[in-house]
Design a protein around this ligand. Sequence first.
Ligand code: NAD
Length: 464
Amino acid sequence: MTDTTAARLQQLFTAQRQAFAADSDPSHALRMDRLARLQALMEEHETALIAAIDADFGGRSPHETRMAELFVLRAGLRHAQSHLKRWMRPQRVATALHFLPGSNRLLAQPLGVVGVISPWNYPLQLALGPALAALAAGNRVLLKPSELTPRLSALLAELVARYYAPEEMAVVTGDAAIGQAFAALPFDHLFFTGSTQVGRQIAQLAAANLTPVTLELGGKSPAILDRSCRLHSSLQRIAFGKLLNAGQTCVAPDYLLVPRGQAAGVAQELAQAMGRLYPRLHDNPDYTAIISPRHRARLQALVEEARGGGAQVIEVNPAGEELGHSRKLAPTLILGATPSMRVMQEEIFGPVLPILEYDQAEDAIAQVRQGPRPLALYWFGEDAARREQMLRQTHAGGVTINDCLWHLVQEEQPFGGVGESGMGAYHGRWGFDTFSKRKPVFRQARFNGGTLLHPPYGKTFERV
Ligand code: NAD
């Protein structure tokens, strides 16, 4: 990291701190204006944003950018705009009996200067989503997007500078070294989305300043087919959830558990479902590429290791295209993967899906429980008792039943991980609360027996 970058980072942080000190209680109107500018930034530069992400990926489906970045952000913005007044309103809460007629309320206050570090896989949504919640809550925001999407990060820096004063919101671009310097700043809250490994380092850097953190991390999210599932529609939905953004989705199903004896049949039908979604791969604008040759090579190495270990590998390449020189990777199903293979050890984060068999429902539960707690869990079936058993006996950041991914876009639900998949949550009201201090305020009444609690105590506490 150059001295200039370090100096700029410090300068922006200090400017935001001072600006917040000068206006630590921004009005509803001002917050709405900041949100409106975010909306304008997206509306007025939609084409450029889509093009930048496309170029960074070497082929990102523009439809997926619209759906999974712009549409999700717009929904979040609209929700915040229509609920902000209510979120900001002080909340009356009941008062303990002995303190009546005193009164209690909870006052939502912005925290101050918030840092947001975001990853490359949904580079717009995961930078601006936390930012919109932080702005709604009345904070100043410094953003550090990923170096793996350099065009989008540069465009974001330019556009944010056009729509916001630097002391309101600003973008700092750079790699892990900048990320470290960034995370070492004494933010009032640090919001990180990325890998579990880097999340650990972020938590340590933040701890030095006692900066509270939200960690939105990854992991191996299971999809489980129960015997009672509607197989055809379940597999169609799994095919979609797995292959959106070519599997480079934090909540993508990472592996599939199916009842004993069904793996071969499921693989065949799933391959057909995937083939229907993506009949061509290389020049198909619906199918996204892998973010870099290095990431593609990593995925291929996982598959080759599994093949070498005796697993059966099924590539779904309906048109039989030669993809050797392409950044696209064919959807790949793996049968017979063993626990020691890398494909079952690491988060896959690509269009590769191991299919494993289980005997009883309890065995599927045990399989989920033996690994770190996942970010998402998907259960397919109609048997309510087994569904509740799975829900109650496993932990996961969030769950969708009979589909994949969609719990993430419910603005009335918190989104976040648990255990190694993260801590804290955002979206909707939960985002506002993450970036606010809900300050309890007790107001003593003019006439109250509270003085009975003062010394001399005499016999006051003998019957307590
Ligand atoms: P990453 O952890 O490598 O990088 C994320 C961000 O952290 C980038 O901006 C990067 O520059 C920065 N960074 C890297 N090393 C750093 C360090 N030592 N100190 C400070 N900052 C550092 O993650 P990635 O590869 O960009 O993203 C993929 C991961 O993110 C996957 O594990 C995925 O599951 C996870 N993810 C989670 C969510 C979620 O909402 N929970 C969403 C998307 C992605």
